[in-house]
Ligand binder design. Structure first.
Ligand SMILES: CC(=O)SCCNC(=O)CCNC(=O)[C@H](O)C(C)(C)COP(=O)(O)OP(=O)(O)OC[C@H]1O[C@@H](n2cnc3c(N)ncnc32)[C@H](O)[C@@H]1OP(=O)(O)O
Ligand SMILES: CC(C)C(=O)C(=O)O
Ligand SMILES: [Mg+2]
Length: 556
């Protein structure tokens, strides 16, 4: 028993295609892209675009390299009509770009559509009528022959009108709208009847567009439907097989990719998937999915931020922060193990220098689509040492030893747990300074070292201890040990250096050095960090830093 009324719904018919070929195919080239942002996207907006927004969208689509753009439904509204005229009258359609216009199969609408495109060099006239069992029954009250008659009548009228626009090359497109709810044999018959009326040739192909007007089944079913049509429709060499997927089940991308494997030549969709209900298929994602497989998408998607901004302006709808490729959070890892792997991935790539992008959790290099690495790692209570270390490295050039990463990440973890908030790189640096860099009871001011004559170094270090300046002296096998010796002699602090690392700072204008000491102080293991333009000073500051932390902890 279900609490949901499952008896209201029936599963869709699957396709009896037992020798299907599409599962063995791969997508190895881009399809013909057709943007329908200015028509299908526009008809779904709360506020349809005015001329200014349409123009901005048009400019973007041309810039991205679309060669076919559905610019409107000119017989539906004056704004749509005027925009088509604006493009033609002002010669705004670049060579190689074809405008497409949609019309129902109704005489007055078709005639008006021809008025809209008069003067264009080339135009696709897109005729549609619904063919599904449901729409035949409840919307049109017609049988198959009646619906076919509507489509053929419209096709014949378009053919008749072609000579009235002699300066325009007309490409004919037909959509059996609601194709996914149409029996395949009927889709074949109505498309066959339409093509018989149009008489396309391999040189002058028509376009048959098979829309998932409503996405009704798993993507494999759409792929089967498309492969069936690809193999069973007549005149296959005389039409371009186009798909027009919607995203009702959230699988529009998958359905389109499988449809391409199944024989589709062309895809109609929108930028970031705006469109009726849950949207049309998203062409940006399709293109970038191809790109990440090393396939040229034949669209210029190198500045995704620009696309997002324009699309948000034109549609007056936001792109979701998790939207593939375009969302503001899609290149950000908050979680510790992801951050650790990303940091290691970047380091390994730098080392191998193979030119291949191989960073765990990042299927694409953000820089390839105009994004920076800035947002790749952000820290909150779900983060670990890797993320904190990554930010200190990228923003401050500090390459912390592993054990210091562990030590400091506990400071940040505590803060993140206490606040429940994201901890910015600025706050991480502030905490790092407070923990390791601010002067404490022992402050190093200067030093001189001399050989002792016994193979050791003698140090005279100027220090401030509890605010009082003094010179302390010691000896050791190097300046660091000599300084440790001086501290023990003069102020009775027992410091044992367990590990020492240094590196030049990767960022910053001066050639500063960073040193890290791991010290045993009063039975505790503590790190100290020193940064200075002089490498010896940096190491003395690191020892003093560890001592100060030890004193601070002892006093707490
Ligand atoms: C899946 C899609 O996206 S299809 C595209 C849908 N887009 C739009 O509808 C946006 C623009 N449309 C409009 O502005 C209007 O629908 C107009 C101006 C085109 C037409 O408006 P109206 O004349 O008021 O009619 P309306 O759209 O309600 O049309 C319904 C009538 O057209 C018929 N009809 C609907 N589609 C078609 C078609 N493709 N071909 C022929 N007749 C059709 C219906 O059966 C109905 O007939 P009835 O009045 O005899 O019952
Ligand atoms: C007009 C047609 C192609 C359409 O938008 C659809 O079926 O979704
Ligand atoms: Mg549509």
């Amino acid at each position: 028993m279900s609490v949901m009324p499952i008896d209201k719904y029936r599963p869709v018919q699957t396709v009896a295609l037992h020798d299907r070929q599409w599962p063995n195919r791969v997508i190895d080239r881009a399809p013909i892209w057709c943007s329908v942002d200015l028509r299908d996207g526009n008809q779904a907006l709360i506020e349809p675009m005015g001329t200014d927004r349409k123009q901005r969208m048009w400019d973007l689509l041309v810039r991205l390299g679309f060669k076919e753009i559905e610019v409107g439904f000119p017989a539906a509204s004056q704004t749509d009509f005027d925009f088509v005229r604006h493009l033609i009258d002002n010669d705004l359609i670049p060579d190689g770009v074809t405008v497409q216009v949609l019309t129902q199969s109704r005489e007055e609408l078709i005639r008006r559509t021809f008025d809209a495109i008069r003067g264009a060099k080339r135009a696709i006239v897109h005729l549609y009528n619904s063919t599904s069992t449901l729409q035949r029954r409840v919307v049109f009250g017609l049988d198959r022959d009646g619906i076919t008659e509507i489509a053929v009548r419209g096709t014949k009228l378009i053919k008749e009108l072609v000579p009235t626009v002699p300066e325009t090359e007309i490409v004919f497109q037909y959509s059996p709208e609601s194709f996914t709810g149409t029996e395949l044999d009927y889709a074949r018959d109505i498309c066959g009847a339409v093509l018989d009326a149009w008489q396309p040739t391999p040189q002058h192909k028509a376009i048959l567009n098979l829309p998932a007007t409503v996405e009704m089944a798993t993507p494999n079913v759409y792929a089967d439907q498309i492969e069936w049509c690809h193999r069973n429709f007549a005149r296959r060499d005389s039409f371009v097989l186009s798909v027009h997927p919607h995203n009702d089940r959230g699988t529009g991308i998958a359905a389109t990719e499988l449809a391409l494997m199944a024989g589709a030549d062309r895809v109609e969709g929108t930028l970031f998937g705006n469109g009726e209900r849950t949207g049309n298929v998203d062409i940006v994602t399709l293109g970038l999915n191809m790109f990440t497989q090393g396939v040229n998408p034949e669209l210029d998607l190198h500045d995704v931020g620009d696309i997002v901004r324009t699309v948000e302006y034109c549609n007056q709808l936001p792109v979701h922060p998790r939207h593939p490729y375009g969302g503001e959070l899609v290149f950000t890892a908050f979680s510790g193990s992801h951050q650790d792997a990303i940091k290691k991935g970047f380091a390994a790539m730098e080392k191998s220098n193979s030119g291949l992008w191989e960073v765990p959790y990042l299927p694409i290099d953000p820089q390839d689509i105009g994004c920076s690495y800035e947002a790749v790692i952000r820290v909150n209570s779900q983060s670990g040492k890797g993320g904190v270390a990554y930010l200190l490295l990228t923003d401050h050039g500090l390459d912390l030893p592993r054990k210091l990463q562990v030590e400091f990440s506990q400071v940040i973890q505590k803060l993140a747990d206490e606040t429940g908030k994201e901890i910015s790189s600025k706050v991480i640096w502030h905490e790092f300074e407070q923990e390791y860099l601010v002067p404490g009871r022992v402050e190093v001011i200067g030093h001189t070292t001399l050989p002792t004559g016994r193979g050791e170094r003698h140090i005279e270090a100027q220090v401030r201890i509890d605010g009082v300046e003094k010179t302390i002296r010691g000896e050791g096998n190097g300046p660091l040990n000599a300084f440790v010796d001086a501290l023990k002699r003069e102020i009775d602090i027992d410091v044992d250096i367990a590990d020492y690392r240094e590196h030049a700072l990767r960022s910053g204008s001066d050639s500063s050095a960073a040193t890290y000491v791991e010290a045993q102080i009063g039975g505790k293991t503590l790190f100290g960090v020193g940064i200075d333009s002089n490498i010896v000073m940096a190491s003395l500051k690191a020892v003093a830093g560890a001592v100060n932390r030890g004193l601070r902890k002892a006093a707490a």
